[in-house]
Design a protein around this ligand. Sequence first.
Ligand code: A2P
Length: 344
Amino acid sequence: MGFKIAVAGATGNVGREMLNILSERGFPAAEVVALASSRSIGTEVSYGDKTLKVSNLETYDFSDTDICLMSAGGAVSLKYSPKIGQQGCVVIDNSSAWRYDAEVPLIVPEVNPDAISGFTKKNIIANPNCSTAQLVVALKPLHDHATIKRVVVSTYQSVSGAGKDGMDELFNQTRAVFVADPIESRKFTKRIAFNVIPHIDVFMEDGYTKEEWKVLAETKKMLDPKIKVTCTAVRVPVFIGHSESVNIEFEKEITAEEAREILREAPGCLVVDKRENGGYVTPYECAGEDATYISRIREDATVENGLNMWIVSDNLRKGAALNAVQIAELLVNRGLIRPRSKAA
Ligand code: A2P
């Protein structure tokens, strides 16, 4: 039995990673189709040891495709996802276009797998923001144990979260610094090479950025609406891997050692927490890895029942492509979809 899968945005950072992960994890695909804009028709992308030629999303007929993994940006998703869903193909969308829609489940399989059953209303399932995905993977087991009241997050987000263009801008600016060429900023609002920028996505009326708002809205939607969350989201000159400094206040008592034990057993989490030089994970080391790494777990003596920790993950994988493929696996494993293609 195999499913017909389309990857829309297959030429982008996340789309390429989706193809890698489908192949790596042996997803039961009878056929995989790569889609992007008309600019990319005929471009070749890899799927395991195969090469796929890219077709045009705009003219593609989804009527015998089972799942579309979509990572082509919010505007493209708003335009195409409802039409694809109406053709009976389930869209798993990586953009923020559908995440806050009450009729669209927002899923991290380690956190709220049961919410997936609501997908039939629109045939769309949303993948969370990259910073939120790794955050909730670590928060969920701690919340189950000691009930989280409030979370303060500061993010250190890599440029790959801004797509291929973001990575190119860091590379080109870094090179320009060394050869004394003029620095050009197109994707980011200030120079990113040898700098950090406390601004991701657009500003909102209250002074927060949309990226910061997403972390709180999505944590509430997936984990618990009662949890208070505040966030400062910062872009850093790292190619892959988002890091987060997280301060958590609990209702019940929880020690650093208890948190370490709970996280060691938790799905998707890997604790690397030796209190010595190098006894923690940095984004460079987590690139290409699936886990959410947790380091620097320690008690915060300035509040009752407080902990601090450092959470790192590959934003293109758990923060995007891996989570999307895990959602597809959840659909299949729970028998929520059946293959309808002749290729099956
Ligand atoms: P294309 O390469 O044809 O522009 P990233 O976020 O890494 O920049 O990737 C964005 C992805 O979304 C790319 O695969 C890009 O394809 C795709 N994309 C952008 N605009 C469209 C569109 N109008 N229709 C289909 N795919 C699109």
